[in-house]
Design a protein around this ligand. Structure first.
Ligand code: AMP
Length: 278
């Protein structure tokens, strides 16, 4: 595996390989787990060269302590990437990605950035849009790989690709979970054993919705799911809802793809999860 830390060095490498090789790109913030690795594996399946970036992007954190406490485990990450056949790692510092300071997207991305994560983490998606656009410009991939775990982020990236990078293919990969159902997340590292047991209730609640889903009883189902989460005093719900999976709007009477989305605080760790219902 080749490692790059500067845009210049990576760009020179890309110029060399780009004419002949299909490039797959997996952007991450590190503290890698098997969820990230599943994206690497999918990229390796579909592309000749797989590039993974590890960059904890300051502009997407609306909470300074969340940014400060975000796990950084570069050595372990490099080992995992190497073991799984990743070809290139790009791990720049902040100045490489933000040479002109921490500016972020000011373009209006519409409803999709205003609800759920966008509402509860103001400016979050502008940071995501900025960093993904900048990484796309640098890496120039043919295909990009994102996880359904960040469902709304996938929708925002789809819009970014539609507007600015129509040549890049978006591949959305399924959520990897522990056997218990807990969605793998770098933030799980910050949960103690008791918190981890409580966090299982998030999947239990979403799965309750999936198993009992009927478009008629949405309010009742949401209430029941919230009650499952409320059985632990360690959990507090930021949002839990069932919406149109294509635009995150209320379902109404339309026959459409439907998703249940949740953000729940477990102790001082904020966890998100989702499940497609049909
Ligand atoms: P992050 O490092 O949290 O920014 O995640 C980098 C990429 O890995 C994003 O596209 C995530 O959606 C994806 N990802 C994170 N957790 C999982 C998971 N449990 N299963 C599949 N993909 C994931």
């Amino acid at each position: 595996m080749i490692s790059f830390t500067t845009v210049n060095d990576l760009s020179a490498y890309i110029r060399e390989i780009k004419p002949t090789k299909t490039i797959g790109f997996v952007p991450t913030m590190g503290a890698l787990h098997q969820g990230h690795i599943s994206l690497i594996k999918q990229s390796k399946k579909l592309c000749e060269i797989t590039i993974c970036s590890i960059f904890v992007n300051p502009t997407q954190f609306n909470n300074p302590s969340d940014l400060e406490n975000y796990p950084r485990l570069l050595e372990n990450d490099m080992k995992l990437l190497l073991e799984n056949g990743c070809d290139v790692l790009f791990h720049p510092n902040v100045a490489q990605i933000y040479p002109d300071g921490l500016l972020k997207n000011e373009e209006d991305y519409g409803q999709v950035v205003r609800v759920f994560e966008g509402l509860h983490r103001p400016g979050h998606f502008d940071g995501v849009i900025t960093v993904v656009a900048s990484l796309f410009d640098i890496v120039k991939p043919n295909k990009s790989f994102f996880g359904q775990k960040d469902y709304q982020q996938c929708m925002v990236v789809a819009e970014l690709i539609k507007r600015k990078f129509p040549q890049i293919e978006l591949n959305i990969c399924p959520i990897l979970r522990e056997e218990s159902g807990l969605a793998l997340s770098s933030r799980n590292l910050r949960l103690n054993e008791t918190e981890k047991i409580s966090a299982l209730l998030i999947y239990k609640a979403l799965n309750h919705i999936k198993v009992n889903y009927s478009p008629k009883d949405l309010r009742k189902l949401i209430e029941e799911a919230k009650q499952i989460i409320a059985t632990s005093s360690l959990l507090s719900i930021e949002y839990l809802d069932i919406v149109n999976a294509n635009n995150l709007e209320p379902i109404g009477n339309s026959i459409t793809k439907v998703v249940a989305l949740a953000a729940v605080h477990c102790g001082d760790v904020r966890l998100i999860d989702n499940i497609l219902l049909n």
